[in-house]
Design a protein around this ligand. Structure first.
Ligand code: KIV
Length: 255
């Protein structure tokens, strides 16, 4: 059983933390049986499952629904659920939303932001729910940012990211996702923090890695981030199977 303590113990252990998103029962079961450490019910489901252009329309109800499905798989992996946009605007709201996710079966929650979310991270942690932080490129800010862009290229951004990382640790986060951060900056953060860093598009010098499962298995062919190297072509397999099925039933009709 993966616990918060076992994730913390992985820091510096030489065994990278393997994390993937999961949004439903069969995927959660398969990933868990394959040995993944963390299942994230990410708000990326807004795109990969619900067909929105980004994560800004995901509601707490969506994450609750998918968290319940993932938890039904009874995974050994740690289940972390995302707090969607506008559900943690202040410390009080953050605690209430986090409690809902825990009631649905999540063992920890994730939120996006460093220095701006210090109060929320502290309040959720103090209320008894472990928090995974998320800094760097923040998908919930995509409309303000105008696109996905690597962070940490300038001295100012580098210094702000280091402050973000130290802030989330000091306020109680048990791990931090580093998204689209210059690899040298991600490496520096990983060296400085006592909590594990989990990278996505931030180079290999992190304590673990996370990917959207659809990007790993080739299940969302309409958008593939640069950092994702698919290990399978599930979309292609589905097309092949469906074409074969259509051909077979139409041939049967002709007989
Ligand atoms: O929502 C999500 O899937 C995420 C990961 C990409 C880290 O936040």
């Amino acid at each position: 059983m993966t616990t918060i303590q076992s994730i913390l113990d992985r820091k510096g252990s030489g065994q990278a933390i393997a994390a993937l998103t999961a949004y439903d029962y069969p995927t959660a079961r398969l990933l868990d049986e394959a040995g993944v450490d963390i299942l994230l019910v990410g708000d990326s489901l807004g795109m990969t499952v619900l067909g929105h252009p980004d994560t800004t329309q995901v509601r707490l109800e969506d994450i609750l629904h998918h968290t319940r499905a993932v938890v039904r798989a009874r995974p050994s992996a740690l289940v972390v659920a995302d707090l969607p946009i506008a559900t943690y605007d202040n410390a009080k709201a953050a605690v209430v939303s986090a409690k809902e996710l825990v009631k649905a079966g999540a063992q920890a929650v994730k939120l996006e932001g460093g220095q701006h979310c210090a109060a929320q991270i502290r309040a959720i942690t103090q209320s008894g729910t472990p928090v995974m932080a998320h800094i760097g490129m923040l998908p919930q800010q995509i409309r303000k940012e105008g696109g996905y862009r690597k962070k940490g290229k300038t001295a100012e951004e580098r210094s702000s990211l280091l402050t973000d990382a130290e802030t989330v640790e000091v306020n109680g986060a048990f791990a931090v996702v580093l998204e689209l951060i210059e690899s040298s900056v991600a490496a520096e953060i990983t060296r400085r923090l006592r909590i594990p860093t989990i990278g996505i598009g931030s180079g290999t010098n992190c304590d673990g890695q996370i990917l959207v499962v659809h990007d790993l298995i080739g299940f969302f062919p309409w958008f593939r981030p640069k950092h994702a190297q698919p290990e399978a072509d599930v979309a292609g397999e589905i097309s092949k199977a469906v074409s074969a099925y259509i051909k077979k039933i139409r041939k049967a009709e002709e007989l």
